[in-house]
Design a protein around this ligand. Structure first.
Ligand SMILES: [Zn+2]
Ligand SMILES: [Zn+2]
Length: 576
């Protein structure tokens, strides 16, 4: 384990290296294409890029040439130096480059930083490796279009992106993860494994095929079990509700641009973008006593949100999706413990899906679009902070990124390809209970306002499904797999025994299939492996005579001579 001082030192070194590699890229481009104008070249999360204005656009195949020149320059072992010069001198130095001149113009200091290596120089605030020979392990990854100042109305530029690491091993690992991300893209696997599809006739609204639906239903069954264990009660609320409701909730004023509306007779209705107001109507349907609190209502609610077609992306960004949404109504005294309990539920859920790393953030009050007093926002934000501190989870603050009705905890999970995805959220809300004027009757017989906690564990079921497809690279664990096992009869002589076994397992509720292709065993195994089925139940003459099976795992491991009871025991173990 690295200490935080060591890891911030490491991050700084990596950032210096990548920044220096961006200079090296600009240096190589300047030598190869002398008429190219340089603009900016910042470090990014994954590496760096440099935006150029070349005389003709770069082609993908030119990256290798540029990369070769970069290695050549690096090998010249040029010291990288940094100096401060006056603005006037800098303007002289960059007299032919309007972009650099604009950057210099915007520098508030009198002095301007310049870095030099050999005869190459660039505008720069510093933070380099000492010598070009220290830049060894890098890769140019892409060329794409961009705009000066990221503004579409300004000059179109050409971006070259790349990355650099301190060791070849880290670079190799990075490249492998990039290849994997393409290979195991959920859209590609979704098609290959026949899990889901998206039609042009319903852009942003996915279709789940039988196998995808089997996984989705297993996720729902798991979540129902988890919610039941923690005393949530499931509800269902309508898909469309009157504008009046959305005006009361504030969505009509703060979220309207994301909503679809339709006329029903003489009233305007909205398709729900969130489930919360529906839940409140159930709470408000009759008087509530303090004895009922905390009251936890969960819902698998299908919501629809307006998204531009250009941003839609497989299952990751859609227009219609199902939230595993829950709302807890509680007293002020119960608030902190309830949040802690919710954090524990989320952690339990994340571990179930073999996810090792997660991190927490608190998103605070938006700058302009919000409801409720500053005092309520502070109380809610502090409750979230205290709860995370009590469970011992570090968190970072995302300033101004809360929902319009309250601050939230956002949970990021790291998948097997080391990418972070935001999934679960927990929000504290004093505003909606006030807007809907809901109460409970206290022990003393007085009326009090409950606090509402919004909670989504998966977040969007469809998106979490997409993340899981990629995280598992299609190799779902037994309990979650679309097809858990396939019976493989070696010859037709074993077909009756195989069929009986298949029917028994099917009757036990397992998702099993039988291979009816008549192919030789090697072919049957190959196709089961291609379909990423966790277990193969092989039946030959020997097995039939002994009334046993050979159990072959996806990874090639075999267990021989299992009788039916032993087979069922293995299934039950793996199902947990
Ligand atoms: Zn620099
Ligand atoms: Zn909600």
């Amino acid at each position: 384990m690295k200490t935080s001082a060591e890891s911030s030192k490491h991050a700084q070194n990596l950032s210096n290296l990548r920044h220096s590699t961006a200079h090296l890229l600009a240096h190589a481009v300047t030598e190869l294409y002398p008429d190219t104008l340089l603009t900016i070249g910042p470090v990014t999360d994954e590496g760096f890029f440099y935006d150029f204005l070349p005389t003709t656009n770069f082609k993908e195949e030119e990256l290798a040439i540029i990369e070769a020149r970069m290695h050549e320059i690096a090998a010249r072992a040029l010291p990288i130096t940094q100096e401060e010069i006056s603005k006037k001198e800098a303007q002289k130095l960059f007299a032919d480059n309007p972009y650099k001149l604009e950057l210099i113009e915007n520098i508030t200091d009198e002095m301007v930083g310049i870095s030099r290596q050999g005869d190459f120089f660039d505008l720069c605030r510093g933070g380099h490796v000492a010598n070009t020979k220290n830049i060894k392990h890098f890769k140019l990854t892409a060329t794409s279009g961009s705009y000066w100042r990221a503004d579409k109305t300004k000059q179109a530029l050409q971006r070259i992106s790349g990355t650099a690491f301190e060791s070849q091993q880290e670079l190799d690992e990075y490249e492998q993860l990039k290849k994997d991300a393409i290979l195991y893209d959920h859209r590609r696997l979704g098609k290959q494994m026949d899990l889901f599809s998206i039609s042009d006739l319903a852009a942003g609204f996915p279709f789940f095929h039988p196998k995808g639906c089997a996984v989705l239903n297993t996720m729902i069954a798991y979540m129902r079990g988890l919610q039941r264990k923690h005393h949530y009660q499931e509800v269902l609320t309508p898909v469309m509700m009157s504008d009046e409701l959305w005006k009361t909730s504030g969505h009509y004023y703060f979220y309207k641009d994301n909503m679809y509306f339709a006329d029903l007779e003489d009233a305007s209705y909205a398709i729900k973008p969130m489930n919360c107001p529906g839940s409140i109507l159930i709470y408000a349907s009759r008087p509530r006593s303090y004895r009922e609190l905390p009251l936890r209502m969960s819902e698998f609610g299908h919501v629809v949100r307006r998204e531009l077609s250009g941003v839609l992306h497989g299952l990751m960004r859609v227009r219609g999706f199902t939230q595993d949404d829950a709302h807890t109504y509680c007293t002020k005294d119960q608030l902190e413990d309830q949040i802690i309990n919710i954090i524990k539920i989320i952690k339990e859920m994340i571990q179930k899906f073999d996810i090792k790393n997660m991190h927490f953030a608190i998103a605070t009050k938006p700058a302009t679009k919000y409801i409720g007093s500053d005092e309520l926002w502070d109380t809610a934000t502090n409750a979230l902070k205290t709860a995370l501190e009590r469970v011992g989870e570090p968190y970072r603050i995302k300033e101004g990124e809360g929902a319009f009705y309250g601050p939230k905890i956002e949970v990021g999970i790291q998948d097997s390809m080391k990418r972070f995805w935001q999934c679960s959220t927990v929000q504290v809300d004093f505003s909606l209970p006030e807007r809907f004027d809901i109460h409970y009757i206290t022990k003393e017989g007085t009326k009090e306002r409950p606090i509402m906690i919004h909670q989504a564990n998966f977040g969007s079921l469809e998106r979490f499904f997409g993340i899981l497809v990629e995280h598992y690279k299609g190799n779902f664990p037994f309990w979650l797999a679309p097809v858990q096992a396939r019976v493989l009869p070696i010859t037709d002589a074993q077909r009756t025994y195989a069929q009986k076994l298949y029917e028994d397992l099917y009757a036990c509720g397992y998702r099993v299939e039988i291979d009816t292709s008549g192919d030789p065993l090697s072919g049957q195994i190959k196709s089961a492996q291609e379909e990423k089925i966790p277990l193969m139940i092989v039946i030959g003459k020997k097995e039939e005579e002994a009334k046993t099976v050979t159990l072959r795992h996806r990874d090639g491991k075999q267990e021989m001579g299992l009788d039916y009871q032993a087979l069922l025991c293995r299934f039950e173990e793996l199902q947990r």
